[in-house]
Design a protein. Structure first.
Length: 343
């Protein structure tokens, strides 16, 4: 078992080092690169700090590694959120979650180091519950936006990631905690080896752009006559037929209307317009319609909600969020500024 443990740990460490070097080389200024490097550092700390007694590091090295690995799960969580949400920025709730998860684990480390005498018997349940909640949220975020995603590589990676995380959790919980409790340290190392190996395959094949996904949208390939026809028909559906007014419009609806495959339409919208999310693409037409209504004096008496509903939005809160994200101001302030300018 020691040889297996050594192979798992040191092969994972080698892959982490190689992945980190390649990612820094190709994406040095990417926020996703920074978070991936941070995740790799936490993974390495976990692997080095939890080695079996037979080849464990001296205590002076174990302590910093065991303290640093408490950040592994929350840092991975933020990395995943950033990976699948282009404009994601950690908020107060994310920082509080990071503090809660890492703090609960740090308390256990404090007992291990002799800084605390003991913790309540229910403390491990708190840690496991928080950890499972983060894993569940990662899986939810991964699946939630897949149908709306316009980037085919990212759509594929969502399923890939979901499978790996599920396998990793099953190995850690079922195998390590139920079947092979005597070898739990090795099983835990195996549970992180799976995502490390899978991610390294993705990066080592030369696709470090998997970390950003969005680069492809800035490179417009030469369009065929068929592609130009599809885009012309799409433009007509959006600008003349105003198909964006349809409730719960999906990419499948548009593809069926145009007589093209969904993946083809996704790629065309993404590469030719730069949009990475179908809802954002549709909302761009709806917002354009709203702003056009705001610019006309005859609409000054209409409530903002009425104008939003008339242009395809289902309720006020999503409209307000989309409008402020697009313009930087609230709809009421935008409308007021227009009216002041006209007067």
């Amino acid at each position: 078992m020691l040889l297996i443990d050594a192979f798992i740990r040191f092969s994972a460490l080698g892959l982490l080092l190689l992945m980190t070097v390649l990612t820094i080389k190709d994406q040095p200024r990417s926020r996703r690169c920074t978070l991936m490097v941070a995740t790799n550092l936490c993974l390495a700390s976990f692997l080095l700090g939890s080695m079996p007694a037979e080849f464990a590091l001296p205590m002076v090295w174990q302590v910093p590694f065991r303290l640093l690995d408490t950040l592994l799960l929350p840092v991975t969580w933020v990395f995943v959120l950033t990976l699948f949400h282009r404009d994601f920025r950690p908020g107060k709730l994310h920082w509080l979650t990071l503090i809660a998860v890492s703090g609960s684990m740090l308390a256990e480390r404090a007992v291990w180091l002799g800084w605390l005498n003991e913790l309540p018997a229910w403390w491990p349940v708190v840690i496991i519950t928080l950890a499972l909640c983060l894993v569940a949220h990662m899986m939810f975020v991964t699946l939630k936006g897949r149908n709306d995603d316009l980037i085919e590589a990212r759509r594929t990676y969502r399923l890939y990631f979901l499978f790996i995380i599920s396998a990793s959790v099953l190995v850690a919980v079922l195998v390590g905690s139920v079947w092979l409790q005597s070898a739990q340290s090795t099983i835990n190392a195996l549970s992180v080896w799976l995502p490390i190996f899978s991610m390294s395959l993705w990066v080592l094949k030369g696709d470090t752009s998997a970390l950003i996904f969005y680069r492809n949208a800035s490179y417009k390939k030469q369009l065929s006559a068929a592609d130009k026809r599809i885009l012309a028909e799409l433009d007509k559906l959006m600008t003349q037929d105003r198909m964006y007014l349809e409730e719960a419009l999906t990419i499948a609806d548009l593809a069926k209307k145009l007589g093209v495959a969904e993946h083809k339409l996704r790629t065309l919208i993404n590469t030719q317009t730069g949009f990475t999310n179908f809802s954002h693409y549709i909302n761009s037409f709806r917002l354009r319609g709203v702003m056009d209504c705001f610019s006309k004096r005859e609409n000054d008496h209409l409530p903002i909600l009425t104008i939003a509903l008339n242009n395809g939005f289902n309720s006020l809160p999503p409209f307000n969020r989309a409008f402020k994200k697009e313009t930087g101001v609230t709809p009421s302030q935008f409308r007021k500024n227009l009216q002041n300018f006209r007067n």
